[in-house]
Design a protein around this ligand. Sequence first.
Ligand code: TYD
Length: 416
Amino acid sequence: MASFQTMENEWVSDCPLCGVPPRPIMTLGHQPLAQDLLPPDSAAGCVRFELLPQVCLSCGLAQIAYRPPSTTVFGETYPYRSGVSRTMRDHLRSLADHCLELVAGKPDPFLLEIGCNDGTLSRHFARRGLRHLGIDPARRAIEQAAANGVSVLNAEFNARTGPSILVDHGKADVIVAANVIAHISNLRETLEQVHACLAADGSFVFEAISLFDLMRRGAFDLFYDEHIYTFSATAVDALAGLFGLELVDCIPIASQGGSLRYSLARPGARSCSPRVGEALRKERACGILDARAWDDFAVVATRSARALRQTVDRLRRAGCSVAGYGATAKSSVALTFAELGREQVDCIFDTTPEKVGLVSPCDRIPIRFPTPNLIEQYDYLILFAWNFLPEIEAREAGFRAKGGKWITYHGSVCIA
Ligand code: TYD
């Protein structure tokens, strides 16, 4: 492995909900910041940190043990954009509809979105002329949100901004966050501010990757620096209770290979869906609180990463061309853990304008736009954006028609 510096990180020793030490799941090696994409001529060195997911066997909250500072991860150049895929745009529209149902009939409701990114969700509130605010620390993303007509605040949601939002806008009828709460290190501060900003009959709706689905799928690449926490319904139930709220619903959704849309309200304010009890039972049965089940997960993840490396080596030896598809955070984890670099993977294709022309962290694999001409030159593409499989297969139908094959790697390596 290339030489690297180790990042100064916060080391987390206790579960923020239970106060007990979590159990390490596995080490995913020394990883760069997963979305630290660089210009090809950048002189920046390679900085890594140990990616060590761990899980609290009391409450089912997973977290990474070493945390890079949030300003490093979600800085000015943070390249993720919610609106880049049709799947995500459609999904965020359905989340917006869900929020709109919750405020239906309320006079002059106020909707607050934590982590609004490019405004793909909040623009549905803006278009209806509803009072709303999107808050996000990523400056370039939030400039796009403002251009989408969204009222924005370029800041983190915390003990400083929460009270000023309250003064400027009053209590929120809905506080919504899509794949954001898991990114915020200080869960206590966030939940205290949610509690303070939420109207008496308001709903706090957030979506997060489901630890149950991650475990069942063997999706080790969903653990990365941005995902400080991975929630289970069991953990959110405990979290709600700790902060004077109640978990009233958790709806399974397809995002990121399986997520849950949680609804929290003040105790007694909303009736509780039977889905909550079902999710809690299912998680217990699959071993989310069982050390042996996590040992099995680690064995399968290690085996599948090794098999991915062996498969690519075998294909290259046979003279085949191999590239990646989706310059995702997941790609960075999978490539690093499988010890795949520029010698094995020529380039990574991605449609995000902010990513094209840059190179992957540390290994500096070029990121290219998937024009039919370029992509159809390849024999094999490793699918790192596996969560968008149907949309990508449809977009890149020409690749398969020309005899190209996709490689996937969860649980075992599949070539299809
Ligand atoms: P995502 O899975 O949200 O990334 P992360 O692991 O960082 O959370 O990102 C999907 C990526 O896939 C995004 O960079 C855009 C890219 N993409 C394509 O290149 N082509 C496509 O057809 C689709 C749907 C996505």
